[in-house]
Each structure stands twice: as structure tokens, then as C-alpha cells.
Design a protein around this ligand. Sequence first.
Ligand SMILES: [Zn+2]
Length: 379
Amino acid sequence: MGGPHWQIGRIVGIPITVHVSWFVVFGFVTWSLATGYLPDMLPGLPAPRYWLMAAVAALLLFGSVLLHEIGHSLVARRYRIPIGQITLFVFGGVAQMHREPPGPRAEFLIAIAGPIVSFLLGGLLLGLATTARMGQGLVALGILLGSVNIQLGLFNLIPGFPLDGGRVLRAGLWAWSGDFHRATRQAALAGQGFGIVLGVVGTILLAGAATGAIPGPLTANGGWIVLIGAFLFAAARGSRRQAALLASLAKVSVEDLMVRNVVTIPPDLTVEEAVARYFLPHGFEGFPVGEAGRFLGMVTIHDVQAVPQSQWPWRSVRDVMEPRNDDTEVAPSTSAVTVLEQMLREGRGRLAVVQDGLLVGLVTRSGIGRFLQLRGVRR
Ligand SMILES: [Zn+2]
């Protein structure tokens, strides 16, 4: 997700971050509760009370979204899927998982855990609000939070990828065909379809509100539903393209698409010589460092930039390179999908292809792009 975001803490060891767009929706929810729902439910209170209660309710709403995401994350963890972070943003929350589920059953359980948390929470809150002896304020809050949680669970069960319901659908299709990428493409196509449906429904609500055919309170929802539909459509289209791309790479290994004529920099060159003789004339972002065919490490433009220019004449490439490790290299037989995922996860543009300590090739992101282009796959 682009744009600024801030970590606000950790829950069960998972970093929780808030995206800048979250503040917009937080403000909007607080405003609509303070000026609409609360004065309707609890008439006759001073305005500051409404705003304070509204802000507390809005925070609790986001707490509910967070619990939903923690539901997904805890089940994912049971399958040893690393969770990068949970991000709250304008359309709710997202738990970033660093690996795909190992099988359809895991996919199903991870996906369904979020809505189950929302339904349990919603049922509990509604039950408390309607049976326990509490003040009017708490009852209004309980009904609000309870019904929002139920809505959250229901909305997420829409069977269009990447919503939870779409993941459940993918798990089913995956179990049926045994083809993960095909299941993703089909479930994402459903996601695009539901995105369009939401867009149409939202537009009808907006038009109905504008002409007076539909009563006022639904107006705000119309615009919101159009936005969510657009978001779902875009996310689903992205997932479908990515699945198509990964499917066409699935049967390919690194050997098939690596560069074989690799330009290597000798380790004892100075940084100044490396810049003049390699970086500038070749125009590459980085080079493997090697000696007598052995792979020693990787040096990139960023490693060079980190060294003050006054030190370039005497610092050696060996000094400034990233020494070889598991993250800088892959074996020739590695699947191209695994490599692409590794590059995207670690933000690397190139990996050395190494066999028995010897450098046999180089695989780059742009090289993978060219390979796909030559086979007629759109990037
Ligand atoms: Zn979910």
C-alpha cells in the first residue's frame, strides 16, 4: 500500500500499522455518529458528549476490524505462514501474509476465521445490549458495534477474491481442480464481477437519493458502496493478472531465463574503478562480485552510494559489497515463481545463480519481464 503509515504497536507479536487513509475514514465515522446515530438514539445530550462518544465508538469499530484480522493471522500462523503486519486503512484491515497457504484446507480455514470472529463478536455484543441491565449509552454502543460486526462478517463473505468469501471460493476451486493459479484467476474474476455489481447498486442508491425516490439516510451509503466496488474490482483485476503471470512462470526454472554472459566485478577493484569501468559503461544497477568463477557477493548502486565519494579511491569492492548469503543467490533448478516471490519480498532486482560455489548466471526482474514478453504475456 503506498503512502505514509505508522506502527502503533504490536498484538500477539504482530506489528499493527495505520495507513494515512485510515484517518480520513476515522474522521468520517466519528462525524456521522456524532451528528446522526447518537443524537437519534440518545436525544438531549450536549454536543461535546456526542463527539466524545462517537470518537470512542469509532475506535472500538476499528478494534473490531483488528480482531477480525487477528483471527485470520492466528490461523495462518498455525500453518507457519509468517505475518508481516496488519494494516488498517480506508476500507478496513489487511493482514500481510508472506506465503500462500499450503493447501485448500488451510486456505479455507484462514479465510473463514475472520468472519467467524466478526459474527461471534457481533452476536455477543447484540446479546449483551439487549439483555444486560446497562445505561442507555452502553446499549446504543452495543447495538451499533454488534450490528457493524455482523455486517463486517457478511460483507467479507461476498464470494469475490480477494475478499474472504472469494478466498473460500478459491479454496473450493483449488480443491476441485488442484490448480492453485487457475483457482485464483477464477475467484478473482468473480471478484471483478461483484465489484461491478456493487458499483451498479451504489449508483442506483445515489441516483435514488438525488431524485428523492430513496429516503435520505441511504445517500451516504451509495457513494461508499461505489468506492468499495471500485476498490474490489481493482484488487481483483490485479490478483487475476498476477495469477496469470505466476501460472506462466510455474513450469519454468531459473536456468531457462537466467542471463548467462554475466559481467562480474573483481573484488579487489576500488569503488572508483568499479564506477568508471562497470557501473557507468554498462548502466546496470548491480553486479555480482567474483574471482576465478567463484561467487563472492553482490554490489549495487546503493552500496556505492552509501560510501562517501572521498573514500572511493581507496575502498575496495569487497569492502562495500553484500557478501554472499542465502538471500543473494539461488540454485539453477529453482522455480522461477519462487525466485520472483523472493525478489518481490526482499525488494531485490537481481540474484546470482550459483552451483557448487560457482557463478553460472544472473536472474533479474527485468530479465523475467523480458522472458514473459517474448512469450506474449502482458506484464
Ligand atoms: Zn477478512
